[in-house]
Design a binder for this molecule. Structure first.
Ligand code: DC
Length: 213
């Protein structure tokens, strides 16, 4: 069985997808981790993130594995554990170059499908219900007011050198990039079940999704 959860940055997708997968005994598939893992490699090798041909050559020779582990997920690039490093601010800052390239997306989407093959899975990202698993059994879309999403993101950031306003500004920029890019923009399909999580706790969201299932 395949369940997809899409939605904008900091809408609660990852937390909810992990909790839902745990409750159902399913695998959890973090599709954003594939874009982050390849961005980590691009930075390490020093390839220009705007050079699509160079990126395509590099992605074909890069081994990316996203595994389920007791602690969450484990991300390996060419056999090296980069689970922590893919969350670095410099990866977050550059990942949109990678996520906006159609050829790179196609390659990473194929890897995501291979990773999920033969398992029951809760997948989360920006295009899991529209592109990665168009035939998913159940498709959810989570959203929340930008101010609330910025509040959540600010609370989970260890770095308090930034401000709520700065986080909100960055979030709006990511929203705009995710929804206006040509390659697989973030959107709600007609078969999506949408839920606004602004006033809900994680438990309430998970319970609501379980009821819908
Ligand atoms: O969810 P996240 O912050 O880990 O996502 C990292 C980046 O990858 C972000 O720029 C959105 C992009 N992404 C995407 O384009 N498609 C997905 N299915 C998942 C993430």
């Amino acid at each position: 069985m395949i369940i997809t959860i899409d939605g904008p940055s900091a809408s609660g997708k990852s937390t909810v997808a992990k909790a839902l997968a745990r409750r159902l005994g399913f695998h959890y598939l973090d599709t954003g981790a594939f874009y982050r893992a390849f961005t980590w490699k691009v930075i390490k090798v020093g390839v220009d993130p705007k050079d699509e041909n160079a990126l395509y050559r590099l992605v074909k020779e890069t081994q990316i594995e996203v595994q389920n582990a007791h602690t969450g997920i484990k991300v390996l690039v060419d056999g090296r554990d980069v689970t922590e490093e893919i969350r670095d601010p410099q990866v977050t800052e550059k990942v949109h170059y990678i996520a906006s390239k159609a050829r790179i997306r196609k390659h990473l989407v194929e890897l995501q499908r291979q990773t999920a093959a033969g398992t029951d899975v809760v997948a989360e990202g920006r295009d899991t219900g529209t592109v990665v698993f168009p035939k998913a059994d159940k498709k959810f879309y989570l959203d929340a007011q930008p101010e609330e999403r910025a509040r959540r993101r600010y609370a989970e950031l260890g770095d308090k050198k930034t401000t709520h306003e700065k986080v909100l500004e960055e979030l709006r920029l990511r929203d705009q990039r995710d929804s206006t890019r040509q390659a697989s923009p973030l959107r709600r399909g007609p078969d999506f079940i949408c839920l606004d999580t602004t006033k809900l706790t994680v438990e309430e969201v998970v319970d609501t999704l379980l009821k819908k299932l």
